[in-house]
Design a protein around this ligand. Structure first.
Ligand SMILES: [Zn+2]
Length: 125
């Protein structure tokens, strides 16, 4: 059965074998590279999202009411990954809170961590 086909990359008509999806090798390579880049990007987004969700759930479990001081080790043992955060909040006194969505922490002396909840005023600049 003959029906008109177009190149998946550039949209031009394709002549030849019915299983061809691209008009040329160039279009095939271009398309494959684009797909590869996209899926690498998507994988990375997934990875980071997973790490952030895990961080948030650890903060939530350790501090169900917000505002709790715990040893930093508790976070580490639970698998908290300090590299991932969604936002920084710097107080007027110069303390920097690290947030994972609606839970944040402040590193204190003696390897302790203060866990807090996100507050609407923190959005102000
Ligand atoms: Zn093409």
């Amino acid at each position: 059965m003959e029906h008109s086909r177009t190149c998946n990359q550039c949209g031009k008509g394709i002549v030849g074998r019915s299983d061809k999806r691209y008009c040329s090798d160039q279009c095939r390579h271009l398309s494959n590279n684009t797909l590869k880049r996209q899926s690498q990007g998507e994988r990375r987004i997934q990875q980071v999202n997973t790490a952030l969700r895990k961080n948030r759930s650890i903060l939530r479990q350790l501090s169900p009411q917000g505002k709790t001081t715990v040893p930093r080790q508790y976070l580490e043992l639970a698998g908290f990954d300090f590299r991932y955060l969604t936002q920084l909040y710097r107080t007027q006194r110069g303390n920097t809170y690290h947030f994972c969505y609606d839970y944040g922490y402040l590193l204190l002396d003696e390897d302790k961590v203060l866990i807090v909840n996100w507050q609407p005023y923190m959005e102000d600049r």
